[in-house]
Design a binder for this molecule. Sequence first.
Ligand code: MRU
Length: 365
Amino acid sequence: MNIDGRPYRTIFPDADGISVQVIDQTRLPFAFELTRLASLDDAAVAIRTMVVRGAPLIGVTAAYGMALAMRADASDGGIDHAAATLAATRPTAINLRWALDHVAALLRAAPERDRASIAFAEAGRIADEDVASCRAIGQHGGRLLADIHRKKGRPINVLTHCNAGWLATVDWGTAIAPIYAAHEAGVPVHVFVDETRPRNQGAALTAFELNGHGVPHTVIADNAGGHLMQHGGIDLCIVGSDRTTASGDVCNKIGTYLKALAAHDNGVPFYAALPFSTIDWTLDDGVRDIPIEERDGREVTHLTGRLADGGFATIEVVSPGSPVANPAFDVTPARLVTGIITERGVARADAEGLLGLYPERRRAA
Ligand code: MRU
């Protein structure tokens, strides 16, 4: 996508050919800064501190992290150490583990001297594949939006939660890709953007993206969605996912489940958009089995923002001394999900629906 008229991806090889540049998402929306990742530690810290975030982008960053690690130690022990270090950064997004397993297997089969260059090239291929997947998600989901617009005969209102736009991927996004596709095809779309406490990825990142692309939108407090749905203000919800089970349970940013409940109660279609690398084919019960990241309570007790004089400040907003909890994700059971939009099309949110799109995943009886 474009920033000030210049096309960017969220992660791309540095001119030196051995390190990578990423957009520092902790600085957005007020400052657009690139930062260079040159080592395994750089990649691990960038993922842990959410300089890069969003399930698909975490996966690609981890793949590049493996390549950076191979420059320092390309032994079998080096592969194990790098994969373990990167896997420990964030537990919920399955794309991270998918990328690590994939790159580690490729490297184990390669001679030590070639491992760094093989990993770097493979990370680039995974990045390109992510862009292609997201573009295809946009096309499939965009048709869905166009259909709803045709039926309603008026501009349509979409609610989204967190940031599942191009900043959460390499380009285009997952939940926001259909919105970009529809917008570009001339379908009048307006987006209600959940602020997404505690880290405010909606207010800071999704709003920044939609602003940059000229898509009409309104930022709302997280608690406003149910009210809007009761009053016919939302035609559909689209969210991303950090891990979706083989049975169609959708794990996504904390608060997604509440939106799905409100959507269900009000007959509002609720879609999740995700690439194949977000599906965890080993799990059936997302509520029971998906590990939920518990993040620093400081994200709840403090807020960082820009002051009137342009400076930045972090302020305390919770009664000092009160204990806080900060689960970062929740799971929306498949029964509340109308459909899953992937690079292969739109599936029913259940095992048969997903297997219909990915028949190669059918286990031999
Ligand atoms: O904690 P984050 O910001 O990495 O969480 C991101 C989300 O939950 C997104 O909605 C999700 O990753 C979908 S990514 C396209």
